[in-house]
Design a protein around this ligand. Structure first.
Ligand code: ISL
Ligand code: CA
Length: 599
C-alpha cells in the first residue's frame, strides 16, 4: 500500500476511536496525532491491529432452545453484552456440520451449519446483526483434516482408483505395522488401518480426523472454493487451524527418538507449507478486506514469524504458543511444570522481538485448548481471584499484539474442580490416559493431578450468565458440567458492579481504543530478570506509557529505572495509595496493576 493510503486509513481509524470521547474514570487522554503515528510506527495501521477480539466457544456460550448446547441464536442474543464490553470482532470456533468427536474440529460438510448450532439463516442473521453493531466475525478454518464422515473421505476409502483416493494419505503398512512411527496428538499411532484394502490413512489428530493431501491441487482448489463461499457471505476474518502442518514430509521417513520427543515440531517441517499459504493468499485472501490468523502450534518461533511477515503475502496475525505452553513439556503434554515470572516475560519479549517490524502477533492467555488464565497465570483462590484477573486483563490489553479475550475471562471464570477421569469429556485427555496410564507408564494419581490443571475441558465449561439454575446457560441439561462457583462468578453479578472484573475489562478496552500507542508503540521490558514485578513501557514518538503488575502476594516497592517518572494514572487496581505526578517510587499491593502515562 502506498504511504498516503495508510495515512488516510489511520486518520479514519483514529478519528473513529477518538470521537467516542473517553469517559472520566481515567481522565482526558491525549491521543497521539494520526500523522505522527504513521511516521513513528513503521507498519501500516489496520483495523485488525486496533480491534479487540473475543473468542466465542459456541457450544458453551448460550443455549436458546434447551438442548443443553450453545447455539448461534445464543450468540446473537448476547451481542449487546459483547458490545457493552467494547468488543470489535468475534472469533467463533467451528460452526460446521460435524459428528463432534473433537467438538467441531472434525468437519463433515464445510457448507452446512452444525445442526446443534442452528441453520444457515441463523448464521446469515448473525452476520447481519453483527454488522448493525459494527462488529466483525472471524470464523475457524479447519483444513488440515476433515471428518472421516466427510463425503471426500467416504469416497476416498471406497475404492483405490477414484479421484478422491488421493485427497488423503493412503500408504501400505510395513511388516503388518503402520507405515512409519508417527504418533497422533490424541494418542496412539497417526496411522489407521482400513480393512477394505488393508492400507493405512494418516491422521495427526484423532482417527476420525484424516489429514487432507495438500500436495493434490484439486484438494487445494476445492478448499479455496469453500473459503470464497464463506467470505462472500460477509465474514471478515479467518483463523486457520493448525496451519503449519498442511505440508507433509515426503516419503514419511520414521522420526528418530529425539524427533519423537517433539513430534509436533516435526509435523511443521513440510517443505511446501509457505508455497501453499502463499497460494491461498493469492487465490483467495487478497481479494477480500479481511483479517487472517494462523494457529502456529508446534513450530519454532523463528519459523512461525514467516506466516505473518507482511512482505511475504501469507497471513496477518500469528497465534504462537510459547507463552501459553511455558509450563508444559513437548513430549508429555499432559504434565505441567513450574514456571516463574522471569521466564514468562522473557517469552513475551522474544515473541515480540521475533515479530519485529514486519510481523504481527495475537496476545492471549487462554483459549479453548488451554486452562483458564486466572487459574493458570493468576491466582484463583478467593482472596486473589479478582485482583489477579484484573492484573492479567491489564496485560492482555496493553501488549504489542492484537488482544484475544476468551469467553468468561472477562468475569474471571476459573478452572473446573475435576476429581476423577469420568469428569472429563475431552478426547485429548482420554488419549493421554490411554497412552500413559493404561500402559502403566504413569500412575493414575499423578496423571489426574496434572490433567485437572491442564485439561482443555477447563475452559470449555458453559458460560456463567447468572445465579439461576445452570448458570442461565440452558434450561435443559448442559452438555458439560457447569463450574459450581457460578453462584458467585457470573455476568449478572458483575454487569452493574463498577468494581467487577467485567467493568475493569470494559474500561481497559476503552483505554486500548483511545490510546493508539498501546497498539502501535514499541514494547520495552524494563527488566526481564525481575521475578516479582512485571513492568514494561509502550512508546510511540514522544509518548510513553508504563504498564506494571505485582505478581507477588505481598506489598512490593518498585523504583522506576532509567529516570522514568509518572505523569498521570490511566487506570489502577488494588492500589492503597494513589500514584501521583512525578512519582518515581511505586508501592505495589499484591496483584496491583496499572497503566500510567510517563513524563
Ligand atoms: O491443544 C493442543 C494440545 O493440548 C494442541 O496440540 C492442539 O491440538 C493444536 O494446537 C491444534 O489445535 C487445533 O486443532 C485441533 C483441535 O482439537 C483444537 O481444538 C484446535 O485448536 C484439531 O483440529
Ligand atoms: Ca441449543
Amino acid at each position: 500500500m502506498p504511504h498516503h493510503g495508510y495515512l488516510t486509513a489511520i486518520a479514519i481509524l483514529i478519528a473513529t476511536s477518538v470521537s467516542t470521547k473517553c469517559h472520566q474514570a481515567y481522565g482526558a487522554i491525549q491521543a497521539a496525532d494520526p500523522e505522527s503515528i504513521v511516521q513513528q510506527s513503521k507498519a501500516p495501521p489496520t483495523w485488525w491491529k486496533q480491534a479487540v477480539f473475543y473468542q466465542v466457544y459456541p457450544r458453551s456460550f448460550k443455549d436458546t432452545n434447551g438442548d443443553g448446547i450453545g447455539d448461534i441464536n445464543g450468540i446473537i442474543e448476547k451481542l449487546d453484552y459483547l458490545k457493552k464490553l467494547g468488543i470489535d470482532a468475534i472469533w467463533i470456533n467451528p460452526h460446521y456440520d460435524s459428528p463432534n468427536t473433537d467438538n467441531g474440529y472434525d468437519i463433515r460438510d464445510y457448507r452446512k451449519i452444525m445442526k446443534e448450532y442452528g441453520t444457515m439463516e441463523d448464521f446469515d442473521r448473525l452476520i447481519t446483526e453483527m454488522k448493525k453493531r459494527n462488529m466483525r466475525l472471524m470464523i475457524d478454518i479447519v483444513i488440515n483434516h476433515t471428518s472421516d464422515q466427510h463425503a471426500w473421505f467416504v469416497k476416498s476409502k471406497s475404492s483405490k482408483d477414484n479421484p478422491y483416493r488421493d485427497y488423503y494419505f493412503w500408504r501400505d503398512g510395513k511388516d503388518d505395522q503402520a507405515p512409519n512411527n508417527y504418533p497422533s496428538f490424541f494418542g496412539g499411532s497417526a496411522w489407521q488401518k482400513d480393512d477394505k484394502f488393508g492400507q493405512y490413512y494418516l491422521h495427526y489428530f484423532s482417527k476420525q480426523q484424516p489429514d487432507l493431501n495438500w500436495d493434490n491441487s484439486n484438494v487445494r482448489q476445492d478448499l479455496y472454493k469453500m473459503l470464497r463461499f464463506w467470505l462472500d457471505k460477509g465474514v471478515s476474518g479467518l483463523r486457520f487451524d493448525t496451519v503449519a502442518t498442511y505440508s507433509k514430509i515426503p516419503g514419511f521417513p520414521n522420526l528418530t527418538q529425539r524427533q519423537l520427543k517433539n513430534f509436533s515440531e516435526e509435523y511443521t517441517q513440510g517443505p511446501n507449507i509457505h508455497r501453499y499459504i502463499n497460494e491461498i493468499n493469492r487465490e483467495v485472501l487478497s481479494h477480500y478486506d479481511i483479517a487472517t490468523a494462523g494457529e502456529l502450534f508446534g513450530i519454532p518461533l523463528d519459523q512461525s514469524i514467516k506466516f505473518s511477515d507482511r512482505r511475504r503475502n501469507e497471513l496477518n496475525i500469528a497465534f504462537t504458543f510459547d507463552l501459553i505452553r511455558l509450563d508444559r513439556d513437548n513430549d508429555e503434554r499432559w504434565r505441567r511444570k513450574d514456571w516463574n515470572l522471569s521466564q514468562f516475560r522473557q517469552v513475551i519479549d522474544k515473541v515480540d522481538r521475533t515479530a519485529g517490524e514486519y510481523g504481527w502477533n495475537a496476545f492471549f492467555l487462554d483459549n479453548h485448548d488451554n486452562p483458564r488464565a486466572v487459574s493458570h497465570f493468576g491466582d484463583d483462590r478467593p482472596q486473589w481471584r479478582e485482583h489477579s484477573a484484573k492484573a492479567l486483563a491489564t496485560l492482555i490489553l496493553s501488549q504489542h499484539a492484537t488482544p484475544f479475550i476468551y469467553q468468561g475471562s472477562e468475569l474471571g471464570m476459573t478452572n473446573y474442580p475435576f476429581k476423577k477421569m469420568d469428569d472429563f469429556d475431552d478426547i485429548e485427555v482420554k488419549g493421554f490416559w490411554h497412552d500413559y496410564v493404561k500402559t502403566g507408564k504413569v500412575n493414575a494419581e499423578e496423571f489426574l493431578q496434572n490433567v485437572r490443571q491442564i485439561s482443555r475441558d477447563n475452559s470449555r465449561t458453559p458460560f456463567q450468565w447468572d445465579a439461576s439454575k445452570n448458570a442461565g446457560f440452558t434450561t435443559g441439561t448442559p452438555w458439560l458440567k457447569i463450574n459450581p462457583n457460578y453462584l458467585e462468578i457470573n455476568a449478572a453479578n458483575q454487569l452493574n458492579d463498577p468494581k467487577s472484573v467485567f467493568n475493569y475489562y470494559r474500561q481497559l478496552i476503552k483505554i486500548r481504543h483511545d490510546i493508539p500507542t498501546l497498539t502501535y508503540g514499541n514494547y520495552v521490558d524494563l527488566d526481564t530478570k525481575n521475578d516479582s514485578i512485571y513492568a514494561y513501557t509502550r512508546n510511540l514518538g514522544s509518548e510513553k506509557y508504563l504498564i506494571i503488575v505485582n505478581f507477588k502476594e505481598k506489598t512490593m516497592r518498585y523504583t522506576l529505572p532509567n529516570n522514568l517518572s509518572i505523569n498521570t494514572t490511566i487506570i489502577e487496581n488494588n492500589a492503597k495509595s494513589s500514584t501521583k505526578k512525578n512519582d518515581t517510587l511505586l508501592v505495589l499491593e499484591p496483584w496491583q496493576s496499572g497503566i500510567y502515562k510517563l513524563n
